[in-house]
Design a protein around this ligand. Structure first.
Ligand code: ADP
Ligand code: MG
Ligand code: ZN
Length: 425
């Protein structure tokens, strides 16, 4: 049935110590080992990394893994090294390394000791790196967080757009495996097109998060909203949670209010220096504080399995953002409450943030916001809307785990105002 002759179950056991594949890992790994372009769409925590890590260990040469965040790369390399006796099995190559470190990496690659090389997209844009990669044996390319290639995703990075060109320069015949937790069909087709995946085998897992409870409330008066947040958290003593806000300033203000109400909280945003960010993140992970009040700068790559609630103090800029951010709750499969407060003022703020962007980006942004509004204002099951949005078939009329299913209510009236706001764009 397969062209290749590798025993991947044995490899799974010997390289990673796992007994069984998760989800569609096995099929995806066969596909890649057979030399097919392969596209994996699996929610966060689904086990996407293994789909390139195991083939990389089994194939001759080194796999090049493109990853968007330098900060996460070291962590990923450490994880892989943890499975091996051989320190050189994984390396990363990015702008954080000095000359002698780069030489070590190159020497290990040339000597064939390194199976996985993590790179930033910028690394591939340098001609000297391309020349070097041409001189060694590469097994395949993996593009992690592949949604970064799409403007419709939640984390667009223009450098991703040049990956196909770079890969072609190195070797156009190598298979490519793309991985993402982004489920929207639009982003998926963008990935296939822009990465130039050739007739890829596509493996999609369900995006339903059964254990998450979704609730959306209008934000009528600020002090009432804050009171209800304080009440909610006080009723959930000892449970970790995230509050997402749009503005940096609001993170500080809310954290202060929580602390004044005997709830230990810290603020987190990109305007803080790296040390402070790291120490606050640590405080949250170690549960020295109960709540982290953050902008969306917080969360990517955070692996805290027992986050029990995610509160959106402002409306997120897309349904995709909402899904990714709420998705950080209940990773362990246990309780996860997701509460969103929205007002049309927030929508106007989102619009305002886009004011200097090119027209095409503003149009994309306005449509994403429109979809989000339809979602927050619907009286239909939240889960049903989410699953439809992600192109998943969904027949259950009552999930029993969202506000609309538990308390069917009249539709919130404010649509006209919303439409007016959106016309400004
Ligand atoms: P993703 O990239 O999809 O968010 P990861 O690749 O980080 O997920 O994997 C999430 C967790 O699942 C990791 O701790 C990983 O070690 C674990 N994992 C992956 N595959 C398996 C497996 N077959 N059996 C047991 N654990 C697995
Ligand atoms: Mg991953
Ligand atoms: Zn429901």
């Amino acid at each position: 049935k397969h062209k290749h002759t590798h025993d991947i179950s044995a490899g799974l056991q010997s390289s990673f110590g796992f007994d069984q594949f998760k989800g569609r890992q096995e099929e995806a790994i066969h596909s890649l080992l057979d030399g097919h372009d392969t596209f994996i769409i699996m929610p966060t925590g689904g086990g996407k990394s293994l789909c390139y890590q195991l083939p990389a260990m089994m194939l001759e040469g080194s796999a090049i893994i493109v990853s968007p965040l330098i900060a996460l790369m070291k962590n990923q390399v450490d994880l892989v090294r943890g499975y091996s006796e051989n320190e050189n099995v994984a390396h990363f190559l990015n702008s954080s390394l000095n000359k002698s470190q780069i030489k070590t990496v190159r020497d290990d690659l040339t000597a064939g000791k390194t199976k996985l090389l993590y790179v930033a997209p910028e690394t591939l844009t340098k001609q000297e790196n391309i020349d070097f990669f041409k001189s060694i044996k590469i097994s395949f390319f993996a593009v992690d967080e592949a949604h970064c290639i799409s403007e419709w995703g939640h984390d667009f990075r223009p450098e991703y757009r040049r990956l196909r060109e770079m890969m072609d320069m190195i070797n156009p015949d190598l298979p490519v495996i793309a991985l993402t937790a982004t489920a929207t069909p639009k982003v998926q087709s963008d990935i296939i097109k822009n990465l130039g995946l050739k007739d890829p085998n596509i493996y999609i897992s369900s995006f339903n998060r059964k254990n998450l409870y979704y609730e959306i409330q209008p934000k009528v008066k600020l002090d009432q909203t804050i009171k209800s947040i304080v009440r909610f958290i006080s009723q959930n003593k000892g449970k970790s949670g995230i509050i997402y806000t749009l503005n940096r300033k609001t993170t500080e203000e809310l954290a202060d209010i929580l602390n004044a109400n005997n709830i230990k909280a810290v603020a987190y945003h990109a305007g803080l220096d790296a040390k402070l960010r790291a120490s606050r993140q640590d405080a949250f992970l170690k549960e020295d504080v109960q709540v982290i009040v953050a902008t969306i700068a917080f969360g990517m790559g955070i692996d805290k399995p027992d986050i029990r609630f995610v509160i959106h103090y402002n409306v997120p800029k897309s349904i995709e953002n909402y899904y990714q951010e709420t998705g950080r709750a209940g990773r362990d499969g246990l309780e996860g409450k997701c509460i969103l407060y929205y007002s049309h003022k927030d929508v106007a703020k989102l619009e305002h943030l886009m004011r200097d962007k090119p027209l095409s980006e503003r149009e994309v942004g306005a449509q994403l916001i429109n979809e989000t509004l339809a979602f927050v204002e619907t009286s239909v099951c939240r889960r049903k809307v989410l699953m439809h949005y992600f192109g998943e078939e969904w027949h259950d009329e009552n999930c029993g785990q969202c506000d609309n299913c538990l308390n069917p209510k009249e539709k919130i009236e404010a649509k006209i105002e919303a439409v007016q706001v959106l016309k400004v764009v």
